[in-house]
Design a protein around this ligand. Structure first.
Ligand SMILES: [Fe+2]
Ligand SMILES: [Fe+2]
Length: 300
């Protein structure tokens, strides 16, 4: 069982789109999706997960047209794909029916919180894209959804995929500043409590949103956030699952597609590139150390 996780494409394929977004994001999104089309280099994976911020969006009319254009593009993929709702799909308005409608129109009503079977594990997808901005009703619904999805086959190891990381993959205060938005981690603490419950079947949590690549371990559970394609350093992940373990490799887009000015944790957004205690260079802060980019999780 092999699959790819791609995230934060921030595509704006609608030709009439006025979204400015990330420098040349469409070029990298085109390349990434092209790997799963006929003649692409990754058509041997079993499926691909789109871990949020597929489109750039910005406001409801643009979200509507961009989502439609993106879905048309996805129809060219030669393998199954599974969407995850990101904040740019709904402009943070988790629980708002109007903002969630374009995503429902593209993918169906059952693609917010659901399970992807991937024997010998299960992949649980959860929409936490509106952290902090989430409606009271949706917050409760999402908690109950995660509780139910984790409890349905409690003995089967699980990978949770949610757009916004549940923990900080960099020093808390540094990450809060370098990311610059309140959603530098999921602020709805009850989700992490479920994931970290004593008999939790969760082995790995995969997210995006930060536009940097990092992995950290907490209470025996690994949390990976991949940079995605829109922002430098332009990463995606490949996972292979056997009966014995989960092997994770973070991969980089070809160098000719790189656009260092799309970095959101350093110049030109900030005068200096951020670093933290465990990441002395800005390059490592952005890309993660080798052990954050390639690691194994035993299943037995
Ligand atoms: Fe993003
Ligand atoms: Fe995001």
């Amino acid at each position: 069982m092999k699959f790819a996780v791609i995230n934060d494409l921030h595509a704006h394929f609608d030709p009439g789109s006025k979204a400015t977004g990330y420098l040349e994001a469409n070029r990298r999104a085109e390349w990434m999706l092209g790997q799963f089309e006929k003649g692409g280099s990754m058509t041997d994976v079993d499926f691909v997960i789109l871990a949020g911020d597929m489109i750039h969006g910005e406001n409801l009319p643009t979200i509507t047209t961009e989502m439609k254009a993106f879905k048309e593009r996805l129809d060219r993929l030669v393998l199954p794909y599974y969407p995850v709702c990101g904040n740019h799909e709904i402009q943070q308005a988790e629980g708002n029916a109007d903002y969630e409608q374009p995503y429902r129109d593209a993918f169906g009503d059952d693609r917010f919180d659901y399970v992807i079977p991937a024997d010998p594990v299960e992949i649980v997808v959860l929409n936490n894209a509106g952290t902090f901005h989430v409606t009271k009703e949706r917050r409760e619904e999402r908690y109950l959804a995660l509780k139910r999805l984790l409890a349905t086959r409690p003995k089967v190891p699980k990978i949770l995929v949610c757009h916004i990381p549940l923990v900080c993959v960099r020093d808390h205060d540094v990450l809060e500043e370098s990311f610059g938005f309140i959603s530098y981690r999921c602020l709805d603490r009850e989700l992490l409590d479920l994931v970290e419950a004593p008999d939790s079947p969760v082995k790995l949590v995969i997210s995006g949103h930060l536009h940097l690549t990092g992995m950290t371990e907490r209470k025996g559970i690994k949390h990976l956030s991949t940079a995605g394609t829109a922002s430098f350093p332009h990463d995606y992940a490949l996972l292979e699952i056997t009966n014995d373990d989960i092997q994770i490799e973070v991969c980089n887009l070809p160098e000719y597609l790189h656009e260092p000015a799309s970095n959101i944790h350093g110049p030109p957004r900030y005068p200096e590139g951020y670093t933290d205690e465990a990441h002395f260079s800005h390059q490592t802060y952005l890309c993660g150390a080798a052990a954050e980019r390639s690691f194994k999780i035993p299943l037995k």
